[in-house]
Design a protein around this ligand. Structure first.
Ligand code: G4P
Ligand code: NA
Ligand code: NA
Length: 193
């Protein structure tokens, strides 16, 4: 997706540890026009299939997810990372290991919001090792909901996540695919070097 790649080139900052900082438009300040463009792209890629719900995980997945849900007129459900006193009901949950923070977190949704007849499009901002998406897939399995696919804004293709998802037979689409951060520059998959 050219507009997203251009923004990453213009405003992305490569940090030590193969981390891309995009606080200008995604992870801190959010550009709603860009988020809407991302939502439109997910609708182009997945919209021919039946989708009844968008599923993401707080917090940075919510912006692209809500635009996708807006365009499809379906609810957007975000898994929570912290136990909430307003979530006393029955939960579907999964363990998500953060390689960047070296911590294990539980993500959870209330079971009443994910039903056996749901057709779920999973959306997230980043795909690195695939821990978050894997947890969301596990939650969908617990609900026996059908997963239509996974839409990612920025995939770090040199990490394990993409293979981990497609190996499960899940349809994955990533709008910007990063091949490497060699010389502290962002190199996209398929781009001439
Ligand atoms: P994984 O889910 O693909 O395994 O990712 P990983 O554990 O490596 O990363 C944990 C967190 O860091 C996730 O956000 C993920 O989206 C984010 N992340 C991974 N790589 C990058 C990167 O290169 N740049 C940026 N900006 N974020 C990255 P989170 O901790 O769940 O936080 P939130 O921002 O969604 O609240
Ligand atoms: Na994040
Ligand atoms: Na995220």
């Amino acid at each position: 997706m050219k507009v997203l790649e251009d923004r990453i080139r213009q405003e992305g900052l490569v940090l030590p540890g193969n981390v891309l900082k995009v606080n200008q438009f995604l992870n801190h300040q959010i550009d709603p026009d860009l988020m809407l463009d991302i939502g439109k792209e997910f609708v182009t890629l997945f919209g021919s299939q039946k989708i009844t719900k968008i599923l993401t995980v707080e917090s940075s997945g919510i912006a692209p997810a809500i635009m996708t849900g807006l365009l499809l007129h379906v609810p957007v459900l975000f898994a929570r990372k912290q136990k909430s006193s307003t979530m006393p009901g029955q939960l579907y949950s999964a363990q998500v290991y953060s390689y960047t923070k070296k911590t294990e977190n539980t993500i959870a949704v209330e079971s009443k919001f994910l039903l056996v007849d749901d057709h779920v499009l999973i959306v997230d901002d980043f795909l690195a090792n695939g821990e978050a998406v894997n947890g969301l897939l596990e939650i969908c399995r617990q609900a026996e909901a059908e997963v239509v696919g996974v839409g990612i804004a920025i995939e770090k293709s040199f990490q394990a996540g993409a293979k981990r998802i497609t190996d499960q037979g899940v349809h994955l689409e990533s709008l910007a695919k990063i091949a490497s951060f060699a010389d502290d520059q962002v190199h996209f998959v398929g781009e001439e070097v």
